[in-house]
Design a protein around this ligand. Structure first.
Ligand code: BGC
Length: 505
């Protein structure tokens, strides 16, 4: 996951504030959470394509991989191999629930410390794994780290950042996720040449985890979290510290107190969310489901396996995923610069067309050129790599970052955390489903799997055109009035409020 949730004080008002050393330092430390998430996404694919790893933990897959008569599309079809990748997201989904509670009860900083401890334990467990059980336990621990980290880190960053830098920092988090994926692809490329290289790849996650752990001991707690937990004096001191001594923080402080008090009046934000914010809840969650149904994580998790299926040697497969990884980073930068210029929907719709063409043509190439036991000819194989790069680029400047950005900006303050939590959980559930199902689907559907994702891309395109309102440039606290209550379809959900004059009770 990436993106962020707006903090309690975010009401569209500008307070004096610059990027102080404290803010930069704290955001940088917290951003290691994004890097960790990306690293975990990117590392499993390369590792599952390494012979030494397969031989040790999945001897059956290793044997099938090297059997000439085994069906190309089914070489990696193994529930446990998929579980190795997917278990992380299952645990992350479950831990999201606890993380949301922990953020409120213990604060963002403590929750981040818990995340980094889980990350560290998970990477040690994986790097030293002696058997499949240890490997899965390690993945579950990493998943716990992601569940905790993905709730706490974006919240933390958006709460300490001055309002005018919040949007940029929001996409920066997604950027760091892509950097993490890219670093993982590179690490896999180099470690695959070493004996037991997979141990370095999996154990390598311990490096950013250690940074996050040490860093999370020295960063500040956010003023919002301190106020929420009744520590007003410390909150004031912290605000002064992060905004700089020469800045008058009184107004910002008062606004955080007021916003926090308003939010605390809603004892059951989830009930309120379902009752009064259904359109936002549907859109925020469905975008996450669609994001995963583009098939992006098929590439992020299984690109090396997919490239090997097409007949590339191990090295070439890993190198190809380094290329897709770097395109992912570069294209996310494009979103960073153009999202507020061109708007969300323009990027989403353009990318739907681009991703659709890529998926359909890849499907056709595989249908024509990759049969049960042949090796795909070189030219179409290279074409497929180029198309996959174009697909990744389309995703990375649209549904990737915008899925998170939109989820963070459409909810009114009192349901913002609850709404964002639903988006994170939805993302994790669908990531789990795709990770667990893809290799089996590839085996049974063969090249048609790409047409399956194409069909979803058409559906999400229609959704983006007709049901997703444009949120570019709309102040966050005016979103409901100017966007949702005026939308041709969603406005009907608010009619009862207008009639009863009871908007938020
Ligand atoms: C998605 C991840 C995906 C990543 C790729 C994120 O927005 O949530 O599932 O792996 O983008 O860059």
């Amino acid at each position: 996951m990436a993106g962020g949730v707006m903090s309690a004080q975010d009401g569209g008002t500008e307070f004096p504030g610059r990027l102080t050393r404290q803010v930069i330092f704290c955001s940088l430390i917290a951003a290691f959470g994004g890097l960790m998430f990306g690293y975990d996404i990117g590392i499993s694919g390369g590792v599952t394509s390494m012979d030494s790893f397969l031989e040790k933990f999945f001897p059956e897959v290793y044997r099938k991989k090297h059997e000439v008569k085994e069906d190309n599309y089914c070489k990696y079809n193994n529930q446990f191999l998929q579980l190795f990748t997917s278990s992380l997201y299952l645990s992350a989904t479950v831990c999201c629930f606890f993380a949301s509670k922990s953020c409120n009860t213990f604060g963002r900083k403590r929750t981040m410390q818990a995340a980094s401890a889980f990350f560290l334990l998970g990477s040690i467990c994986n790097g030293l794994a002696q058997n499949l059980a240890m490997l899965i336990v390690g993945r579950l621990l990493l998943g716990a780290g992601i569940g905790f980290g993905n709730q706490a880190v974006p919240l933390f960053i958006s709460e300490i950042a001055p309002a005018k830098y919040r949007g940029g920092l929001n996409i920066m988090f997604q950027l760091l996720v892509t950097v993490g994926i890219f670093v993982a692809n590179l690490v896999n490329y180099f470690t695959s040449h070493l004996p037991h290289g997979w141990r370095y790849s999996l154990g390598g996650a311990g490096v950013p985890a250690l940074f996050l752990l040490v860093g999370s001991l020295i960063i500040v707690e956010t003023p919002t979290s301190l106020i929420q937990r009744g520590k007003k004096e410390r909150a004031m001191k912290t605000l002064k510290k992060i905004r700089g001594k020469d800045i008058d923080v009184d107004k910002e402080y008062q606004s955080i107190v007021a916003a926090t008090e308003t939010a605390q009046k809603f004892k059951h934000p989830f009930k309120h969310l379902v009752k009064n914010c259904m359109p936002q809840l549907i859109c925020g969650s469905i975008i996450q489901m669609f994001q995963q149904l583009t098939g992006i994580n098929v590439i992020m998790f299984y690109a090396p396996v997919l490239f090997q299926t097409m007949g590339f040697k191990n090295d070439a497969s890993l190198l190809s995923s380094v290329i897709t990884g770097s395109i992912n980073v570069g294209s996310t930068l494009i979103a960073l610069f153009f999202v507020d210029k061109w708007g969300r929907r323009a990027l989403l719709v353009e990318s739907v067309i681009q991703m659709l063409i890529c998926q359909v043509v890849v499907g056709i190439f595989l249908q024509v050129d990759l049969h049960a036991t042949n090796v795909m000819p070189k030219v179409p194989a290279y074409f497929v790599v180029v198309l996959i790069c174009a697909f990744v680029a389309g995703f990375a400047w649209s549904w990737g970052p915008l899925g998170w950005l939109i989820a963070s900006e459409i909810f009114p303050l009192e349901t913002r955390s609850a709404g964002f939590f639903c988006a994170v959980a939805m993302n994790m559930i669908w990531t789990f489903i795709i990770a667990q199902a893809f290799l089996s689907m590839l085996c049974s559907m063969k090249a048609a799997i790409f047409f399956f994702f194409s069909a979803w891309i058409v559906i999400m395109g229609i959704f983006a055109v007709f049901w997703l309102p444009e949120t570019k440039g709309v102040p966050i606290d005016e979103m409901e009035e100017t966007v949702w209550k005026k939308h041709w379809f969603w406005k009907r959900f608010f009619d009862h409020e207008e009639e009863s004059g009871d908007a938020k009770a």
